[in-house]
Structure formats: C-alpha cells, structure tokens
Design a protein around this ligand. Structure first.
Ligand SMILES: [Zn+2]
Length: 342
C-alpha cells in the first residue's frame, strides 16, 4: 500500500509518501480501507519527537479514521466487507484495575491508533474489531473523520469531567483547532455561554458562527482581562485548555471560584506553572481528561446525525499531499479539521 510515513523526527519535510508494508490482521482484528483521516496536534508531537512513537520509526500517523471494511480476522462478527465504518482510536487491555473499574481511558496499557501503532495516513489500517463501529449513512467519510478524537475528547471534557450545566460560562482555548471548534458547539449544546480565543482576526467570524459569544485575539488582547470583562469581573466556570505553558498558567486566572480547568492536551509544551494560591483559595479543580468512551462516541455521532453538532472540516488533501497538509496545520492556518482523503 501507499502511506505517508516518517523515518526521522522533524518538521513536515520528514513526511514521505511511499510504498509501505500492508498491515496484517489476526483473530479479532479488522483491516480498514481508509477513506478519510484527520490530522491532529498529537501527530505533530509524534513527528517532531516530543512524543516519540513507542514502537519506533518508521511510523505512520493518523488517529481519526473513517473508511470501509476490507477484511476481518477469525472470530469477527457484525462487520461486512465494504461496510462504512469509523474507528474508535483508543485501545485498552480490558483486564487491568482501571479497565475493570470501567475507566478504560486510563488503562495501564492504553494506546492510540496512529501513536502506539501505525495509523491512518495510509491506504489501509488495522484495528481491533471491537474498535470498529458503523458510520451512520447520514455522516460522510470526511465529516466522520473529524469526530473520533477531537469531538469525543471535547465531549468527555465538558460533559463528563466538567459536568457543564446550562447558564454556566466557558472559556475555550483556540477556536480554530479541532478540539476548540468542537468544544464551542458542545458547550452551546449544554446551554452554556462561550468566550474563546483565536490567533488571527480572520478566525473571529468563524468562532462566532460556531456559537461563541465573545472572541479574543490572544496575540493582540489579554484573554484573562477580556474574560474578566465579559463576566463582570467574576471569571468563567470552566476552561477548556490544550495549549500548555503560559496559556495553562493564565487560564487558571480566568476561572471563578469553584471553577474547573479541564486540560486535554499540551500542544505547545508539556509544562505549565500553577499558582497554588488560586487553586486552594478558590476551591478550583484541575481535571485531566483523555479521549472518552465508545458509548460517548456513539452519543456524539447521534448528535451529528441530528444536526446538533457539526464536524468542522477546514480542508481535505489527497494522501499523497500529506506533507502539505501537515505544514498547513503547523502554520496554524486551519479553521477546524484538516483531512487526508483517498
Ligand atoms: Zn487496562
């Protein structure tokens, strides 16, 4: 098969489109012909070596995949050749203490498609059949590929972790990102009010169209000050944070008392300072979150079918142009998800 892989860490120039070994499948596994694969910030960490692929190089990125069933291994039922499917990207052992507790996203052997094994920047990808779900007819391959990581993570962060309620206020960092564009919509669906940040003025209207009430250009405005102004000095109930560093530290200052910060990524840096006085004196909660469950993915897909959530696709590149697609994301030109299609 053809794949867009990398043999060395670095920037987009390290992405090579070439022949690569076909994935093999064993019992309980499925081979999927990739129709669309979304790019993610975690792909960039894998590529530049900040999060080196655990299985080593060469490596194929790509954790959000839709496609059709090409073949299934022994013992697989319920999947037919040619069937339209979406892959749930998290793998859990099902046997450790946390899996048995029902908390599979913190499995001690947890892994991601496209991180702990080769992913969807390819014509074919292998996955456990248990992770392969039917893609509803009403959802196109491209829209579907924007759901399994970005929308699911934002859903779990706001609904399960932050327990967002109607009337609350939310600061969503980076409206132009996949998680940001999803989080704005999900917060609105919950009946909350949203303030968000963008890195360029051309994204302001985009963020408002998703449902943000107030949009801050973080390059020219202070988002903490703007949040305080927008909430009448109070601060927001919830922050969705996925940048790290200074953005993480300052996001805490944007919270009101009893506020919750949900950290769902570290796309600039893995490190962030915390002024503990704010945390204990205001009874703040700092919540980590990682993906979500298969049931939650089905719930999100139902909302997409009903038109209550809209996967936001910025642009689709042919698989052979993966290098240009990666550069597009690294340049932060995207409004929503960037895809590879084949
Ligand atoms: Zn486990």
């Amino acid at each position: 098969m053809k794949a867009a892989l990398f043999r060395e860490h670095g920037g987009a120039e390290k992405i090579l489109y070439e022949d690569y070994r076909d994935p093999t499948i064993g019992a309980g596994e499925a081979l999927i012909r990739v129709r669309a694969c979304a790019l993610n910030q975690v792909d960039m960490l894998l590529l530049d070596g900040r999060f080196p692929p655990p299985e080593g190089l060469p490596h194929v990125n790509g954790c959000e995949v839709t496609g059709t069933v090409e073949a299934t291994g022994a013992g697989v039922t319920g999947l037919a050749r040619g069937q339209r499917v979406i892959i749930f990207p998290g793998f859990a052992c099902g046997r450790c203490e946390y899996c048995l507790l029902g908390e599979r996203t913190v499995c001690v052997r947890y892994g991601y498609l496209g991180a702990h094994k080769d992913g969807g920047y390819a014509e074919l990808v292998q996955a456990p059949a248990a992770n392969v779900l039917p893609l509803p007819e009403a959802i196109g391959f491209e829209a579907g590929a924007a759901v399994p990581l970005a929308m699911l993570t934002s859903w779990h962060a706001l609904v399960a972790q932050a327990e967002l309620r109607p009337g609350q206020t939310v600061l969503v960092q980076a409206a132009g990102s996949g998680v940001g564009s999803a989080a704005i919509q999900i917060a609105r669906l919950c009946g909350a009010r949203v303030i968000t940040t963008v890195g360029s003025d051309d994204k302001v209207e985009f963020a408002k169209a998703l449902g943000a009430e107030h949009v801050v250009n973080y390059r020219t405005q202070d988002f903490v000050e703007e949040t305080k102004k927008w909430t009448g000095k109070r601060g927001v109930d919830v922050v969705v944070e996925h940048i790290g560093g200074d953005t993480f530290e300052r996001s805490v200052y944007a919270l009101t008392r009893l506020g919750k910060l949900v950290t769902i990524g570290s796309h600039d840096t893995h490190w962030g300072r915390l002024d503990l006085r704010h945390v204990y004196s205001k009874n703040l909660r700092i919540l980590g979150t990682n993906l979500g469950s298969i049931v939650e993915l089905k719930t999100v897909l139902d909302h997409v079918v009903r038109g209550q959530l809209r996967p936001v696709v910025d642009r689709a590149f042919p698989l052979k142009d993966a290098r240009a697609a990666v550069q597009h994301v690294l340049d932060r030109k995207n409004k929503g998800k960037v895809l590879l299609v084949s």
